[in-house]
Design a protein around this ligand. Structure first.
Ligand code: PEP
Ligand code: MN
Length: 368
């Protein structure tokens, strides 16, 4: 859709003013849980799953209507009929409904059928044309929208998709971490790379981030530990695939759990309390702050001495890098650090980084 409106000023990520995606009646003190099948398959499957989930305290029901399959030949979604089933879910169970959109037409249809929350899938977030089309279709609409991370571990692509929606006037935006594709799949279907959503949180502190352990794990037994890890990392909620008969699911069968299993999983989650900053914790943080500045001062002193050594080497026409000295130094320090209870791997990588910087300084001096 072509719009003639002037471009909105682009706020930097950290100044985005976002509103909560929580809908009326959803407990703000608990993680936000969205659950439901990967795909809507039949009216019975949708209603049975939603009814069972409602008894487990779920308030938001998800189901894919249009399914972007990586390869042709898979189940590509039931289409508009499924939206009618979702509307029925709302009427019969009172659950809010959520579905995936990938085109402007999907947006229009989903809105027509009263869907409460939209999300963009990983393959769509990765496509700026599609994201812009969705953003244009949402101008003037106030609906929560969740942006799953792009398939590749590219944070700018993720924040770029979020900005396109923001610039279209959408304020109820949250992100969903569903892991990143890897050529060589080992444990996970999509590798979590937790540092990426953590960096997203740093860049857009006002935005909620949910975790989708089903698509990260790809298998039922991984869902609980990944969900717990997300809670430990202070994620705001979870999107979990649940199906009344997972083994017969037409898509993502291996990663769906029954509403009963989901209820047990949610009961077993340990929810941390991020708000409790006791005096003790504040004191410990102050200690860390002061130790960090001592560490920086020590490092700066070490670099000064390194530069002085560089000047000496230049004067005496000596090489910068003396392998024997470096090898001995590294071994000695690693042993010393291990005796102090620090890991071999950590201390070695730290020392290598410090040494690299010293060598760089000395080479600069020699070349002056
Ligand atoms: C889904 O939620 O079913 C889905 C297709 O997810 P993703 O876009 O994360 O692969
Ligand atoms: Mn799925």
């Amino acid at each position: 859709m072509k719009t003639n409106r002037p471009p909105l000023p682009i706020d930097s990520e950290s100044t985005m003013t976002l509103s909560s995606i929580r809908l009326p009646g959803i407990d703000v003190n608990r993680p936000l849980i969205i659950a439901g099948p990967c795909s809507a398959e039949s009216e019975k499957q949708v209603i049975d799953t939603a009814t069972a989930l409602a008894t487990k305290g779920i308030k938001i029901f998800r189901a894919g209507i249009w399914k972007p399959r990586t390869k042709p030949g898979g189940f590509e979604g039931i289409g508009i009929d499924g939206l009618k089933w979702l509307r029925k879910v709302k009427v019969e169970t009172g659950l809010y409904t959520a579905t995936e959109v990938a085109t402007a037409k999907h947006v229009t249809e989903a809105l027509r059928y009263g869907i409460d929350i939209l999300w963009t899938g990983a393959r769509t977030t990765a496509n700026p044309f599609a994201m812009q089309e969705i953003a244009d279709a949402l101008v003037g609409v106030d609906i929560p929208i969740l942006v799953k991370n792009p398939v590749s571990p590219d944070l700018d692509l993720w924040t770029g998709a979020i900005q396109r929606l923001y610039n279209a006037g959408i304020r109820r935006i949250a992100a969903v971490h569903r892991g990143f594709s890897a050529f060589d799949k080992k444990v996970y279907r999509n590798v979590p790379q937790w540092h990426i959503p953590i960096e997203l949180r740093r860049q857009i502190p006002a935005m909620s981030i949910l975790c989708d352990p089903s698509h990260i794990g790809g298998k039922r037994e991984l869902i609980a530990p990944i969900a717990q890890q997300a809670m430990d990392l202070n994620f705001d909620g979870l999107m979990i695939e649940s199906h009344c008969n997972p083994d017969s699911a037409l898509s993502d069968a291996a990663q769906q759990i029954t509403p009963h299993a989901l209820g047990l999983l949610l009961d077993s989650l340990i929810i941390r309390n991020p708000g409790r900053e006791t005096e003790n914790l504040l004191n410990l943080r102050k200690q860390i702050d002061s130790i960090d500045s001592e560490l920086l001062e020590l490092l700066a002193r070490r670099m000064d001495i390194s530069s002085e050594i560089g000047r000496y080497k230049k004067e005496h026409n000596m090489p910068v890098f003396q392998e024997k000295r470096y090898g001995e130094l590294l071994e000695k320090r690693v042993l010393q650090a291990e005796e102090m209870g620090m890991s071999h791997r950590f201390i070695r990588s730290l020392l290598v980084a410090i040494h690299e910087e010293s060598v760089r300084l000395q080479i600069d001096i020699i070349n002056q």
